[in-house]
Design a protein around this ligand. Sequence first.
Ligand code: NAI
Length: 302
Amino acid sequence: VMKHAKNLAKTETKIEQAGVIGAGIMGGGIAYQSAYTGTPIVMKDIQQNGIDLGISEATKLLDGLETKGKITADKKQHVLDKITPTLNYQEINAVDIVVEAVVENPKVKHAVLPEVESQVKETAIVASNTSTISIDYLAQPLARPENFLGMHFFNPVHKMPLVEVIRGTQTSESAVAKTVGYALAMKKKPVVVKDCPGFLVNRVLFPYLGAFMQMVHEGVDFIQIDKAMESFGWPMGPAYLCDVIGMDTTVHAANVLADGFPDRMKYDFTTAAEHLLKNECLGQKNGHGFYHYEKDERGKIT
Ligand code: NAI
């Protein structure tokens, strides 16, 4: 399937301009990666605060590269100039693909996706960066489901090579191929997967996180679990990973998977993760999660 999509990607017209809806952890990362690899991108949010965060994230990453001597000040400015931040929907009307990256809530996505679709040209691809929600379900309110699919990046976007391209029942071959082409242009490794709750990676990951939550509930120290999993060879343990993902996104995603696979996802996220969420411990995004985080003078989380 991948070979076929990659071959087809070569014959499809290139993505000249992209858009991203939601300038949070993921939207900001997608904007940075697209601009850095040469595709201009419009970044739309509903709040100025979100946009400011997205731009400051991109600037921080570029500052880091400049300090290491990997890019010049000119290149940095050139990349930043390729990101157009906006609160205004009309700015996305010329894009060839738009990636929706608003909160992981099916109701919000069902409201936002048709709005996005009505703003873009008829041939534009509308993609969702959802971590878990079924693409066929998200396609329900859309007028052009053939142009809709999942384009699932991983966090942090600039570091993680994998992108899941999720084909819904009605998604056209051309939309899959163009999206694979865009992922390759962004220097990512796309994999085309079928639609189901959690797709490929999160179907494997969330039962693991569920088992971890269960152990914490039973009284095992999460720091010991993290240390053991890191010594086992994982780049970060499960508690730290939940903090990176964000507790709200983790709980939303766990609920979607539990609804989709009730027989397999029997582990209870209402224990540790929901307790943290109720206490506003969102993870790195607000500095409190399983761990506490401080920002250094450059705004880097430590
Ligand atoms: P976030 O909470 O950091 O950012 C969401 C942004 O969307 C906020 O800036 C908010 O103002 C904005 N927003 C909300 N409603 C909007 C609307 N109607 N129009 C425009 N902007 C709107 O969320 P995050 O973590 O970036 O997640 C976004 C999506 O990416 C979710 O679907 C999530 O499941 C998915 N995802 C998250 C990953 C993670 O590790 N955090 C990894 C891969 C996918």
